[in-house]
Design a protein around this ligand. Structure first.
Ligand SMILES: Cc1cc2nc3c(=O)[nH]c(=O)nc-3n(C[C@H](O)[C@H](O)[C@H](O)COP(=O)(O)OP(=O)(O)OC[C@H]3O[C@@H](n4cnc5c(N)ncnc54)[C@H](O)[C@@H]3O)c2cc1C
Length: 429
């Protein structure tokens, strides 16, 4: 790096060597080369607090790394980001560096990828570390200076030049990319440092909230239910004034709930809990039926199969695990040995209600640190979506999970980090 007085100077300095930071560095080098800059005349540096960049890539997808999702940019936005403001913001970045661009980059480095039946894309080897190695090779061939073990504490802008203070040293840069991630999994290095830096440049921050997180309940589920998976049920959470729901698979854990439907709903539940107090959790075992349709279905069944045990019918439903059957019967006030032919109209009505509103307790907590991502972050309105440049400070770029967007499970968060990082790096002048 060039020395300017006592500090070490870069043309572009990136704080954070995660998915977005590494992509920003690679794109910045590519842009500089395309503008005719010799590598030695254009210094790109990453400051990463961990000993190795990309720690989160290494643990993503349970060590298998769901890198991205198959489909067009529009499909990715539609499936992966539920809020229109997020879709609008991310559109430019996803076009600038799409899932296809990402896969090309990986394949160029010899990493084969596979698309699963549900559109999720993984490395063919099934190893997240192979994805990380590709990025490390790209950083090397792009001649990026990667300085690890450097935690940035403070940043200033003096007369258009950034001064970046780590715990032990000082750096300077003409252009700065902040790519420090969110605040979940703090043990991986993401502890909100970038939010403080963005704040120091006048950026507003939407308070971080958990997302893609488990839901803990006030009363732990009974041991007979722990580990039970439910397929295609609807998880409903309601307060006195609001309710949210998501259909999908659920997993009962020793503290409450997890699984795709729970993870997907957790952000909305966390937001709802900020506004209102007690949140009741319910499971709908017949998500594709209105109350009326279910009522009719049970009535017809009672007439047609009067001699059948009710529990037998419940056990035959693909959405009801057998360990739930005795509980459903008990809550409906129906004897375990009751047959359809003997069921009163009142008891049948009670069964209908329980099947679509199986109370599963109150939300106790949604742990911010245990979410795959955190919602909240730098307010999107203050960042130019076409360049990722801050509207508060020229030559300051912000990207990745630091920004106030949240993707669904399915590879959308990594893709958004890669895309926004790439756009930030490509936009440096
Ligand atoms: C367990 C888990 C599994 C996941 N699985 C998937 C998945 O399969 N698919 C998917 O799409 N998404 C997944 N995600 C989400 C995805 O990993 C993140 O959304 C994505 O990595 C965010 O990228 P980023 O670059 O914004 O932040 P990060 O990848 O978190 O990188 C930020 C980097 O900045 C560094 N840093 C922070 N502060 C400082 C500082 N002051 N100075 C220097 N460096 C600093 C951190 O050490 C870190 O390396 C998963 C997340 C977790 C936690």
């Amino acid at each position: 790096m060039r020395k300017i007085s006592d500090t070490v100077h870069s043309d572009v300095l990136i704080i954070g060597g995660g998915s977005s930071g590494m992509c920003a560095a690679i794109a910045a080098r590519k842009k500089a080369r395309s503008c005719g800059f010799a590598d030695k005349d254009f210094q790109v540096t990453i400051l990463e607090r961990n000993r190795r960049p990309g720690v989160k890539i290494g643990i993503s997808g349970g060590g298998k790394c769901n890198i991205t999702h198959d489909g067009t940019v529009d499909e990715l936005l539609e499936k992966g980001f539920f809020r229109k403001s997020e879709q609008r913001f991310l559109r430019h970045a996803l076009y600038a560096f799409s899932n296809k661009d990402l896969l090309e980059l990986l394949e160029r480095q010899g990493l084969r990828t596979v698309v699963r039946y549900d559109g999720r894309v993984f490395p063919g080897s099934g190893r997240a570390d192979d994805v990380l190695k590709v990025f490390e090779r790209e950083l090397e061939s792009s001649l990026i200076q990667v300085l690890t073990g450097e935690r940035v504490k403070r940043v200033e802008n003096l007369n258009g030049v950034f001064r970046i203070m780590t715990e032990t040293r000082e750096f300077s840069a003409d252009m700065l990319v902040v790519a420090t991630g969110g605040v979940s999994y703090p043990q991986t290095g993401t502890q909100g440092d970038g939010l403080k830096i963005a704040c120091s440049f006048g950026h507003k921050i939407t308070k971080p909230l958990p997302a893609l997180a488990p839901i803990y309940l006030d009363n732990a589920p009974s041991r007979t239910l722990v580990g039970v998976s439910l397929r295609d049920v609807t998880l409903k959470v309601e307060t006195d004034s609001n309710s949210v729901a998501r259909t999908g698979d659920l997993l009962i854990t020793h503290k409450g709930l997890s699984g795709p439907a729970c993870l997907s709903l957790s952000r909305e539940v966390a937001e709802m809990r900020v506004e209102a107090g007690e949140s009741r959790v319910m499971i709908d075992f017949f998500p594709n039926c209105s109350a009326e349709t279910l009522g009719k279905k049970l009535q017809e069944h009672a007439f047609a199969k009067g001699g059948q045990l009710i529990r037998r019918f419940l056990q035959q439903q693909t959405t009801i695990p057998s360990s739930f059957v005795p509980l459903i019967m008990q809550r409906s006030g129906i004897d375990q040995e009751e047959k359809w032919g003997n069921l009163t109209k009142k008891a049948r009505r009670s069964l209908e209600l329980v099947l679509q509103n199986f109370a599963f307790g109150l939300v106790k907590a949604i742990p911010l640190e245990a979410g795959e991502v955190s919602a909240g972050g730098v307010v999107l309105k203050e960042v130019n979506p076409k360049t990722m440049e801050s509207k508060k400070c020229r030559n300051l770029f912000l990207c990745g999970e630091l920004l106030d967007y949240t993707g669904e499970i399915g590879g959308f968060n990594l893709q958004a980090a890669f895309s926004t990082g790439w756009l930030a790096g490509w936009s440096v002048r």
